[in-house]
Design a protein around this ligand. Sequence first.
Ligand code: NAD
Length: 251
Amino acid sequence: MNGIFDLSGTTAIVTGASTGLGQGMSIGLAEAGANLVLVDHVASTETDRAIQAMGRKTLPLVADLSNLSSITMIMERTLAEFGQVDILVNNAGIIRRTPAIDFSEKDWDDVLALNTKTVFFFSQAVARDMMKRKRGKIINVASLLSFQGGILVPSYAASKGAVAQITKALANEWAKSGININAIAPGYMATNNTKALREDPVRSAAILDRIPAGRWGLPDDLKGVAVFLASRAADYVNGHVLVVDGGWMAR
Ligand code: NAD
């Protein structure tokens, strides 16, 4: 297994890196040797400090990813600093909870813009660089709602269904160019995204009751999976949506 998971000298861009799953995956990739471009619409100070303490290089960038012009800026800054992009983790995402009957156009458009449109166009931007070397890894963050409908989150379910399909569509086109594009579908993880659920005693108990592992997931639970999909170990893994859910989908 010598070095098959080693990411030394690679450059990884992680979106939504300031907290939650993006923070966990950024730290995991850095532990495996990667240098990190930490993108978020708020400062990624805590993540940056943790990674610098390991001796890796970082480039923290504040950008609103619901605006596609941010992608051009991030690519320019990344290429100027590191010369190439080896890994992209499309992690930034939002959720809006409202009954479908009252759901607004804004809550539809905001969620689809960040969770789906940005995922596609950021993948396109890094693929243009990766194709020069015929090598690169793109990891999208899907959800259990790539498979299930969810409750009160119709635009989120639509957006994450699309993430799974974008992952497969791009894998079909780009596998031959040496680009592996896959997705991680996290289960119910204890982050800001699920704060409302964890604060609702009825929903919280019902969710926990269905998780065979008997606990909510943590950002650390995605570290190994992110490193695997970013590494040489996954060179023949294309268009896969890898569920990391403590067994939820097995029930
Ligand atoms: P989170 O809310 O803690 O993290 C989301 C991150 O995205 C934050 O760092 C936030 O600042 C950033 N972000 C939001 N809007 C942005 C914008 N316009 N521009 C740039 N950055 C922006 O939640 P999380 O659980 O860590 O979510 C990370 C990803 O995992 C999301 O795509 C989410 O849909 C997905 N996910 C989460 C769960 C869960 O149970 N927590 C389950 C499945 C999938």
